[in-house]
Ligand binder design. Structure first.
Ligand code: GLY
Length: 330
């Protein structure tokens, strides 16, 4: 049982003058040339949206939720209206959100016909005694909370439909196609009170079995946030990420004294060598140091700190621009 002193020490972590930081990803994998400009623009928009909330004194939790909503509403990403299709040609989405202040978390899995699963995950966190709701239960809960149901067709992008159809053809390579599709989205942030949060949302793996649940809604796999350490959101091959509980081991390495970058490199190398899994992560620690690291060929990402926007897609790419510069929002 937690003593009162343990509880008050969480509160004492809050620093009122912390510099806010947000980092977002739009998925790790092989991003085709055609998709690169849209993914790059989408992650920049999401990071700027989250940073605007933080600069206005908003919470890390609000910032990561809204940043993820921007990407769920963007068909370039495998989340919300860009979600991939399952083997039956349907959309089943997973999402998680976590508040590092009190380790509160909420998740949904295999949820259908809503535009923004991340908002439903937050409602699970705030309005239920549970951590994760799935499938029919998640839909019933969404209805009870007044979340608008949208036609499934409105969430199906042309690209998702094309890829699904291609994978149904004899001789297709669904594994290679899945690598193309890892466009899960996520955000981590620290606010000016020193609170950290994470959010992750995905349509999962293309042509997946009906009812398949990936890493994203699993606490410690798709994301983790703890004010004592930092926050992490992951992307990549869900079954591999779950096997190594990627987000939590990164926080463990940081607890042992590693920087976000060292912890991410160590954990991604472990996942690659131990289970032959590839992916990417974004991490912020409770001092505001951050990283965007991946073992795949590409990962779209963007970050804002000190009014400077950094972003990239390819290995070694790190473009920098002031948030007021016209290029920031293009
Ligand atoms: N990382 C997303 C998924 O595998 O579902």
């Amino acid at each position: 049982m937690l003593s009162d002193s343990a509880t008050s020490s969480v509160t004492s972590l809050e620093h009122l003058d912390m510099k806010p930081v947000i980092v977002v990803h739009g998925g790790a994998g092989n991003i085709s040339d055609k998709r690169v400009p849209g993914c790059r623009a989408g992650v920049k928009r999401a990071a700027l949206k989250g940073y605007d909330i933080l600069k206005g004194g908003g919470s890390a939790l609000d910032a990561v939720e809204e940043a993820v909503v921007v990407m769920e509403d963007d068909p370039h990403f495998n989340a919300g209206c860009g979600s991939v299709l399952n083997e039956k040609g349907e959309i089943e989405m997973d999402a998680i959100i976590m508040d590092g202040k009190d380790l509160g978390s909420g998740a949904v899995s295999a949820v259908r016909c809503i535009a923004n699963p991340i908002k439903l995950a937050r409602l699970v966190m705030e309005k239920t005694d549970h951590v994760c709701l799935t499938d029919r239960g998640a839909s019933l809960f969404a209805k009870a909370q007044g979340v608008e149901e949208v036609p499934e067709e409105s969430l199906v992008s042309e690209m998702a439909r094309e890829r699904w159809e291609k994978n149904l053809k004899p001789g297709s390579d669904p594994v290679a196609s899945q690598i193309q599709d890892r466009g899960t989205v996520g955000a981590v942030a620290i606010d000016n009170s020193g609170n950290v949060a994470c959010a992750t949302s995905t349509g999962g793996m293309t042509n997946k079995m009906v009812g398949r649940v990936g890493d994203t809604p699993c606490i410690g796999s798709g994301g983790y946030a703890d004010n004592f350490v930092g926050a992490c959101s992951t992307t990549g091959h869900g079954e591999k990420i779950m096997t190594v509980t990627l987000a939590r081991i990164i926080l463990y390495h940081m607890e042992q004294g590693m920087s976000p970058e060292e912890a991410s490199d160590t954990a991604l190398t472990y996942m690659k060598t131990r289970v032959r899994g590839l992916g990417g992560v974004i991490v912020v620690n409770n001092s505001g140091e951050w990283t965007a690291t991946f073992s795949t060929n590409q990962m779209s990402w963007a970050a804002v700190k000190d009014d400077v926007l950094e972003f990239g897609v390819f290995r070694g790419e790190n473009e920098t621009v002031n948030i007021d510069h016209p290029l920031a929002s293009q």
